[in-house]
Design a binder for this molecule. Structure first.
Ligand code: MN
Length: 230
């Protein structure tokens, strides 16, 4: 078997302290997984099971990168999120078994063209172009479970600053659906595979960034992420 042309490079994320890289298969994202953020987006967090959307694997961006301000938006929002890296695939994974499928964790930003997403919500159209655009998934080097444990079984801090000013600040225990429950739900919808990433949803305080801004994200015990907008 041969390809008609060379495939583009496999998308991947760095691994902390290693020359090896984590090959990314799919990027799943949990919608509205913090009460206060669900409320700021105008929905009722108590009446909804978790829901998911996706970004393309090659939307990942390396820690420290400067990314261009994306096209067709004037309302680019940061969403600081815990990133779960799947190491062992499976479908219909039970809550009790779920954490055994996790390879490690990182700190990510679910960059969002909020104006396009809002228009999609109003018109009942897909979110893809609001969420899954080029460079929309910055992520730190991943750290294995043997190093970080399972961060959202604790109440570690999660925050993001823009140009030094704190914009979002919360704790990981406030996820409505924790990592194990999220893997349970998601694996009932799609068979998970090694290399899948799950962006776990963002706290309240999402806001716009503009050209020249620097975003600094932090998750206690997981890492620090810096992304500049050109
Ligand atoms: Mn998000």
């Amino acid at each position: 078997m041969s390809y008609a042309f060379s495939p583009v490079e496999q998308a991947s994320v760095a691994i902390e302290g290693s020359e090896e890289r984590f090959p990314v298969r799919r990027i799943y994202c949990v919608g509205r997984n913090y009460r206060a953020h669900a409320i700021e987006m105008g929905s009722d967090p108590d009446r909804e099971p978790p829901f998911f959307f996706m970004k393309p694997a090659d939307a990942v961006v390396e820690n420290g990168a400067t990314i261009p301000y994306p096209p067709q938006t004037s309302n680019l929002h940061h969403e600081i999120e815990l990133v779960v890296a799947i190491g062992t695939g499976g479908k219909d994974i039970s809550v009790d078994d779920a954490l055994d499928h996790v390879w490690g964790y990182g700190v990510g930003i679910d960059l969002t063209r909020r104006d396009i997403q809002n228009k999609a919500k109003e018109t009942g159209r897909p979110w893809d172009m609001g969420k899954g655009f080029d460079n929309s998934a910055p992520c730190t080097a991943l750290r294995p479970v043997s190093d970080v444990g399972h961060p959202d079984t604790g109440n570690g801090a999660i925050w993001i600053k823009v140009n030094g000013e704190t914009k979002q600040e919360s704790t990981l225990d406030l996820h409505i659906w924790n990592t194990a429950e999220t893997i349970n739900y998601l694996s009932g919808l799609c068979e998970l595979q090694p290399g899948d990433l799950v962006y776990m949803g963002t706290p309240d305080g999402v806001a716009a960034v503009v050209s020249g801004d620097t975003m600094e994200g932090h998750i206690e015990g997981v890492g620090d992420l810096t992304i500049n907008i050109a």
